[in-house]
Design a protein around this ligand. Structure first.
Ligand code: CUK
Ligand code: CUA
Length: 659
């Protein structure tokens, strides 16, 4: 019977991916013009919320306004971005350094805002790199990536970057179990069960500055950690991770990792883990991982390679990790605003189990265990279960909360959002999505205080919803008004990359902390030029450093001669503007590089190795004034060994460069 049920679900899943067999009946419907008004934000008016949306395989995070759905910005995080020079300038290249060297791309799935007392505070937002495991912190003053830390002993950092209620920790669980980094990894893949381990990481976050550090890791059995959420309120001090592939398959997971009737949610007592760390119970393991920081004063990133990590052994310590059975291949793992209810969403389950934190604690005290799984106690399902939502839909993925006692769960296969009551577990409402929804977001929806005016569904497939754009169609977001009893769709907009998780926050908590420009007096970049009078060109062997300034509407200098073939030229451009919203750009013909986009008061460096003799124009790329098109200059490149002296000028001045 069970096997049959699994087969049917598997077939439904397959059908759901490829076709619209599960397309809701009223799929053609759009929001009515009356409800469209609710999403209308008049020109010149501000939105009520910022929506920070993961970009999936774009590696970036995009910022939209709600309810308008207007796109404000794409924040480069894990992928190079030629539009902003991120990952191309000498100052930002170190941000993408890893133990594998420079990695120009990643896959960002989850965004998580910092919290104070369980409420979103608008200071930082975190993002995870799903391929080369990393966590990033973005500063919501500058909307720039401020810090990236790599995770050793991990592969596929998926259940991340979820945080504790005072942002003490950002956690990260490995999706792929792998042999630990310091073990011999040159072993048959078929030895998975003996040799592969699952590590979860706790990254500490400094209260005042946000500075991250890899505090410790916990070594766990080799399963796939999928998602996680921190306990809050009464369950603060605990973390919950969904796990699949408890079968420990290493091939054809779609079949082999769907065998067991139940996988697990792993409950982690992180306060206890902290005690063990203090008591010296962790072992120091050699590990290599990069820790990259961007400095707002030098406008320069640095990358440090770390060599050690503290590791606790879940099996040996016995009381930091517990497995709770959860049907079946759980994906989302969400904790309600009170911290009492833990919702596991089994992708192949026909119900949603809701676990009780109180019952879990009692079960642990009374040792209501069903044996163990590789040395980790397994709690009896019924002992931790509060109840099940029956027949909610097909393919449950993720749940958010409105703070009024309701939960909202997305269903990938049946393409819908379902609202249900947490206390009586009754379904209250369902709304179709177009199509195949993944994550959803309610502002503050995973915090203690949701701001539940809107719900946004992030859809994987749009099929016939927009104008065709070749073989790849956009993914999309759909906005619902959830202030009433029934969900009402009011807007539908395309997204950048593939959206997974997103978070939203009241605009007032972010907008007033926005940096307007950088004070030029505080610029301590090694190559800053604080006034036109100090602009210069300096030769050091075959390296030529151009200390250049930009202001509306010229560069200083704007004529440079005496560059020779074989030279490596560094343009260190300082934007002298001290006003909001006046970046200057900088580009040189033929440079194998992106432009620079330099914020007011900032210095950024473009490296250029000319490959031919001749005259090379350079210009400002950002329309900065009425005379922007005049903001240009020339560089003369002469043959190697030529005796053209190194000179530079602006207007009539033509000083000879000092050696
Ligand atoms: S995952 Cu994408 S829909 Cu990577 Cu959070 Cu569930
Ligand atoms: Cu500066 Cu255009």
């Amino acid at each position: 019977m069970k096997a049959n049920f699994t087969k049917i679900l598997a077939l439904l899943l397959i059908a759901g991916w490829g076709t619209q067999s599960c397309k809701p009946k009223d799929a053609g419907s759009a929001s009515s013009s009356g409800s469209a008004e609710k999403a209308y934000v008049a020109p010149g008016k501000y939105d009520q919320f910022y929506n920070f949306v993961s970009g999936g395989f774009s590696g970036q995070m995009s910022v939209y306004g709600l309810p308008s759905g207007r796109l404000f910005r794409v924040i480069p995080v894990f992928s190079v971005d030629p539009e902003k020079g991120y990952g191309y300038t000498e100052e930002t290249k170190p941000m993408l350094n890893t133990s594998h060297g420079f990695v120009p791309w990643d896959d960002l799935h989850h965004t998580e805002l910092s919290q104070t007392n369980g409420e979103v505070d608008g200071r930082w937002i975190f993002g995870n790199a799903n391929n080369t495991p990393r966590v990033a912190r973005i500063d919501l003053g500058s909307f720039k990536t401020a810090e990236i830390i790599e995770l050793p002993n991990s592969a596929g950092n998926h259940s991340s970057p979820f945080i504790t209620e005072n942002t003490e920790y950002v956690v990260a669980g490995t999706r792929f179990s792998v042999p630990s980094d310091n073990a011999n990894g040159d072993i048959p893949i078929s030895t998975y069960k003996e040799n592969f381990k699952g590590y979860i990481s706790f990254i500490s976050v400094k209260k005042e500055t946000g500075a991250m550090d890899l505090a410790f890791q916990i070594e766990c059995p080799g399963v796939n950690f999928d998602l996680s959420h921190a306990g809050k309120g009464k369950s603060n001090g605990w973390f919950f991770f969904s796990c699949y592939n408890t079968e420990q398959a290493n091939t054809l997971l779609e079949v082999n990792a769907s065998q067991r009737d139940k996988d697990f949610i792993m409950a982690v007592n992180w306060k206890k883990a902290e005690e063990y760390i203090k008591a010296g119970k962790a072992k120091k393991m050699p590990a290599k991982y990069a820790h990259n920081k961007y400095n707002e004063k030098t406008h320069t990133a640095t990358s440090e390679m770390k060599s050690e990590v503290l590791v606790l052994d879940a099996k040996a310590l016995k009381d930091i990790c517990y497995f709770i059975p959860c049907p079946k291949s759980p994906h989302g793992c969400d904790v309600d605003p009170t911290g009492e209810y833990i919702v596991g969403s089994g992708k192949l389950a026909a119900l949603i189990p809701v676990f009780s934190f109180d019952k879990l604690q009692k079960a642990i005290q009374a040792k209501q265990f069903d044996g163990d799984y590789q040395g980790i106690p397994v709690i009896k399902y019924e002992a931790a279960l509060y109840g099940e939502v029956k027949k909610p839909g097909l393919g449950p993925l993720h749940t958010e909360f409105d703070g009024k006692g309701n939960a909202y769960t997305t269903f990938f296969v049946s393409s819908e959002v379902v609202k249900w009551n947490i206390k009586d577990l009754k379904v209250l409402d369902r709304a179709p999505t177009f199509y195949s929804v993944g994550h959803l977001c309610i502002p503050g929806g995973d915090s203690k205080k949701p701001n539940a005016k809107y719900l946004i569904a992030y859809n994987k497939i749009t099929k016939d919803r927009y104008l065709p754009t070749g073989p790849e169609l956009t993914q999309s977001a759909q906005l619902y008004d959830i202030s009433g009893d029934k969900m009402e769709m009011i807007l539908d907009f395309p997204t950048i990359g593939e959206p997974h998780y997103a978070q939203a926050i009241a605009a007032d908590l972010v907008k007033d902390r926005s940096v307007k420009f950088y004070k030029i007096d505080e610029n301590t970049n090694k190559y800053v030029t604080k006034g036109e009078g100090q602009a210069k060109v300096v030769r050091e062997g075959n390296q030529v450093h151009v200390y250049m300034t930009s202001i509306r509407s010229h560069f200083a200098p704007d004529n440079i001669e005496g560059i020779k073939m074989g030279d490596v030229v560094y343009f260190h451009v300082t934007n002298l503007e001290q006003d909001w919203d006046v970046p200057h750009g900088f580009a040189v013909k033929g440079a194998n590089n992106a432009e620079l986009l330099i914020m007011p008061g900032e210095t950024q460096t473009l490296k250029w190795e000319p490959n031919r003799v001749g005259i090379f124009p350079m210009y400002c790329t950002d329309f900065c004034s009425a005379l922007h098109q005049e903001m240009q200059g020339y560089i003369r490149v002469s043959p190697k060994g030529s005796n053209v002296p190194l000179t530079y000028s602006l207007g009539n001045t033509k000083p000879v460069a000092k050696r």
